[in-house]
Design a binder for this molecule. Structure first.
Ligand code: GLA
Length: 658
């Protein structure tokens, strides 16, 4: 099935003509030249494909023909069929308000014997240009989401995850531009809603175009489809912007926000950096008292509250309250937190088990195991085999009971190691993620109203698949505010601020040993979904008052930051860094300005604002000086936010004059 066009809306449908494709030579035949919507392995196809199967007789050649098409509401389904026992449905679902298309595929075994599926991507996409610029992120634990660009030349670039999570390393999307900027130029983009192993291929072909394939990673995978079974791939959401990267981000942010629970994200306190594993009732009571004093809405107890968990080496899997640390269970703490007017949240790592745990002692066969080698630990833990029905049933029962017996409004769902040596079944990594989605979905259905945060050693599980079931993501274990500016900018390319948890934490930062002033740390944290991770028990009255003032500011600005439009402003390589948020009616805007340690005493650059109404006049105050300018002035001349001193910062509000 031939792809014809991807770009701005066409003025006439008659432009879509599927002319003949002539072979270039006996080495470049029409099949290979054709930009196909879903290339399937076989024949003269030598480029990357979306689907490859092995029939029961060992044949891997598929000759699929179009076998019908159905148009329903905003969707189109095209059916392809090979009479030897494989059918494919290509689903297209148009989201007109967002100007996006969702695509996914369903592969069916229409034969009488099992069908081996070696690869089943979600979508193939074509852009009729070459030498495009690829955007994605690169990094590792505590250094996620570092945006990079790379010009695509002949050949291909593959971004992927093999660790069983969508990873800290790359993210499951492809953004390609043709010399675009934030506000101008052509951008094509596609993101995969999947939180596990993925593969994104960008292939510049010899035939003057670029092919993108996005889907599950076929690496070390083979899916067996029983007769009459159907395999539905994850969704890809794709779009095109003729107005640069910001317009793309806004549509993807809207898409992400539409997946999320619509309630505002509460300002939370999390005790991890303050206590690590040393949690106990008295300490938590005191932290809660102080958290309430500074305006926190949700108090979250992190790791260490359960089983015999005193370090990373023990306790995972034993989701019963530690009697040593909480002799009367969690009720006294939860009652205290609720009495202070806050909601209560709790940390869990349900997919894991420690070798030193009751659960592992009772069920050593419940982990992924290769028959030939001893299982590996990482962070002292194993991965539970979530593809097993008994493991799924156990986890549901235990977590359901925890939520039933305790007044819990929020779960932080962690996963702190990659999968490895998973055994002989080459389809467990995919089924593991499906089981996680299912489990979270069932817990949310049984306990309506709970919010669940996705965490995988920080930002290892950030993707649209996660945003479909989770409500928040922990962006990174790196809470250094200067590093966070980089991480949060990378994150913002695709994902919305509402689900980006960012905490104010203590200095020197535990990771970087950098000491950044509180105002800077607080303003960076306000650019997402604000949390506090400081050890409040050591804060004096002045520090608590400052924190309370920042929380109050955030609560006032939260609707603009979470429901407005976010703009990446300025040059990300300058000493000055800027982030802007504008309300949907453009009557209120917030500009965050940050100064990193100056290299050359850089003068304040004019920062030009985006998203304001050109004809509206705005009041604002910078460095104590009140000013008033039109949206046109602010967009085309900009303002100077003069900052002095390493890690100086400012928050400037723009309010429309009636
Ligand atoms: C991971 C998370 C942290 C914290 C610890 C607890 O590293 O990313 O935020 O919850 O686990 O062990």
């Amino acid at each position: 099935m031939r792809h014809l066009y991807w770009g701005p809306r066409l003025p006439r449908v008659e432009d879509l003509v599927a002319g003949e494709i002539w072979p270039l030579s006996s080495n470049d035949l029409a099949e290979d030249l054709t930009p196909e919507e879903y290339p399937i392995h076989g024949g003269f196809r030598y480029g990357e494909t979306c689907l490859s199967v092995r029939f029961p007789d060992g044949s891997r050649e598929v000759r699929a023909v179009v076998d019908g098409m159905a148009v329903e509401d905003e969707g189109v389904v095209v059916a392809l069929r090979d009479g030897r026992g494989v059918g494919v449905e290509l689903h297209y679902w148009v989201l007109p308000e967002l100007d996006l298309i969702e695509r996914w595929a369903v592969v069916a075994n229409t034969g009488e014997e099992p069908l081996a599926v070696a690869e089943a991507a979600s979508a193939g996409l074509h852009i009729s240009r070459r030498n495009l610029i690829l955007h994605n992120v690169a990094g590792h634990w505590a250094a996620e989401q570092q945006g990079f660009t790379q010009r695509i030349g002949p050949g291909k670039v593959v971004l992927e995850a093999r660790r069983g999570i969508s990873t800290h390393h790359h993210n499951p999307y492809v953004v390609l531009d043709d010399d675009a900027t934030e506000n101008t130029g052509d951008v094509w983009f596609a993101a995969l809603a999947w939180s596990g192993n993925f593969r994104a291929v960008v292939e510049q072909r010899q035939f003057a175009d670029t092919r993108v394939i996005l889907g599950w990673n076929p690496w070390d995978s083979e899916i067996t489809l029983a007769p009459r079974d159907r395999l539905t791939t994850p969704t890809v959401v794709a779009g095109y912007s003729d107005a640069g990267l910001a317009a793309m981000s806004h549509r993807l942010h809207d898409y992400g926000n539409a997946l999320l629970d619509p309630r505002p994200r509460p300002v939370l306190y999390n005790s991890w950096e303050a206590t690590e594993f040393a949690v106990d009732l008295d300490g938590q009571l005191e932290l809660a008292r102080r958290a309430a004093r500074i305006g926190v809405e949700l108090f979250v107890i992190d790791d260490g509250w359960f089983g015999r968990r005193d370090s990373i080496d023990d306790g995972l899997g034993d989701w019963w309250v530690s009697p040593g640390k909480f002799p009367d269970g969690l009720t006294p703490l939860i009652d205290h937190v609720r009495g202070l007017g806050m909601e209560f949240g709790i940390w869990l790592e349900p997919e894991m088990v420690s070798p030193a745990s009751d659960l592992y002692a009772a069920h050593p066969d419940w982990i992924y195991r290769d028959p030939g080698v001893a299982p590996d630990t990482a962070r002292g833990q194993y991965v539970l085999d979530l593809t097993r029905a008994d493991v799924q049933a156990h986890l549901f029962e235990v977590l359901d009971r925890l939520l039933t017996e305790n007044d819990i409004a929020y779960l932080k769902w962690d996963a702190n190691r990659p999968m490895s040596a998973v055994g002989v079944d080459r389809d467990v990594q995919r089924r593991h993620i499906a089981a996680v989605y299912d489990l979270v979905g069932r817990l949310k259905a049984a306990h309506p109203g709970i919010l669940v945060e996705a965490c995988a050693s920080g930002g290892g599980r950030i993707d649209f698949g996660a945003l479909r079931v989770f409500d928040d993501v922990w962006t990174s274990d790196n809470t250094d505010a200067a590093d966070r500016l980089v991480i949060q900018r990378g994150y913002s390319l695709v994902y919305p601020a509402k689900a980006m948890r960012s905490w104010i934490t203590d200095v020197p930062n535990f990771l970087t040993q950098r000491s950044i002033p509180l105002d800077f740390r607080a303003r960076v944290a306000m650019c997402g979904s604000l949390g506090i991770g400081s050890d409040l028990s050591t804060c004096d009255d002045g520090e608590l008052e400052s924190l309370a003032a920042h929380v109050a500011t955030f609560l006032r600005l939260r609707p603009v930051i979470h429901d407005g439009r976010q703009f990446r402003l300025g040059d990300p390589n300058d000493d000055y860094r800027f982030v802007g948020y504008v309300s949907r009616d453009a009557r209120h805007a917030v500009l965050f300005a940050f100064l990193l340690p100056g290299r050359l005493g850089q003068r304040s650059p004019h920062v030009r604002l985006s998203g304001l109404d050109p004809d509206t006049v705005y009041d604002f105050t910078i460095n104590g000086v009140a000013d008033r300018r039109s949206g046109t002035w602010l967009a085309h001349h900009g303002v100077d936010v003069w900052l002095q001193g390493d890690y100086a910062s400012a928050l400037v509000e723009f309010t429309a004059v009636d």
